[in-house]
Design a protein around this ligand. Structure first.
Ligand code: 3SL
Length: 236
């Protein structure tokens, strides 16, 4: 039976062997939720890049939309920040456009996970699509939590627990303490996810930045249940 494990921070990635595995990159607040929303709203493909300079260069080279965030704020000089609502604004239609995006933790976590056999983006919004993909692959899964500047984030880990619960019939989800802990946290929080995650440091950070509606949006389970961003060559 394949195993599901959870890496609590990209800083811990050197302790894991990604070869042959499915890496699920998770940054619930907000990069992975924003990428899923962008694709769900008709963006054709996404170039996730680590640096702001790369974001500018990709935007120029591909003539695509640019989105960038640093420290929770939209970075100046780009079309969009990192709010999913940027892709839901009727005044700025995104359907049919490509996008390049750079965020503090999420896109960097993805770029550090490319040794995996498959790299996909996970969020509560597309939980069903992620679980279906993992079942079809029948490979070990590593949930890579983007965290915050190398530190543990509650919301990313709780997502790992939600995925472990969905996959518990087909995967070994009891083989690591990380997964056991994530399952326990999910069990604690799932009855009222938004009340539970209000405690998290990043939610407090976002609230102070007036991004609290993003928080509620990012917790909508399966609202883009057919969207599965898969890394291919240089894009999702
Ligand atoms: O760090 C990231 O990748 C972002 O998702 C953080 S924020 O939600 O935009 O603050």
């Amino acid at each position: 039976m394949p195993k599901l494990d959870i890496c609590f921070s990209p800083e811990l990635l050197p302790l894991y062997d990604l070869r042959g595995k499915v890496a699920v990159i998770v940054d619930i607040l907000r990069a992975s939720s924003t990428i899923v929303t962008a694709l769900g709203e008709g963006v054709t493909h996404v170039f996730p890049v680590a640096s702001l300079d790369e974001c500018t260069a990709y935007g120029q080279e591909h003539g695509c939309l640019t989105a960038a965030e640093r420290d929770g704020l939209a970075a100046p000089g780009f079309d969009l920040g990192n709010s999913p609502f940027g892709f839901l604004d009727a005044a700025r239609p995104v359907r049919g456009r490509a996008l390049t995006i750079s965020t503090t933790n999420g896109t960097a976590a993805l770029r550090r996970s490319l040794a995996a056999e498959s790299v996909i983006i996970g969020s509560f919004l597309n939980l069903a699509a992620v679980a279906d993909f993992a079942r079809r692959q029948q490979r070990d899964v590593l949930v890579v939590c983007a965290g915050w500047k190398g530190q543990f984030c509650l919301e990313d880990t709780v997502f790992g627990g939600a995925l472990a619960e969905r996959l518990s019939a087909d995967f070994d989800v009891r083989g690591s303490d990380a997964t056991l802990a994530a399952l326990n946290l999910w069990e604690q929080g799932k009855g009222d996810l938004s009340a539970y995650l209000l405690q998290s440091a990043h939610v407090r950070r976002l609230n102070s930045l007036e991004a609290s509606k993003d928080f509620e949006f990012c917790l909508r389970i399966d609202s883009y249940d057919a969207v599965l961003p898969v890394w291919r060559e240089d894009r999702l």
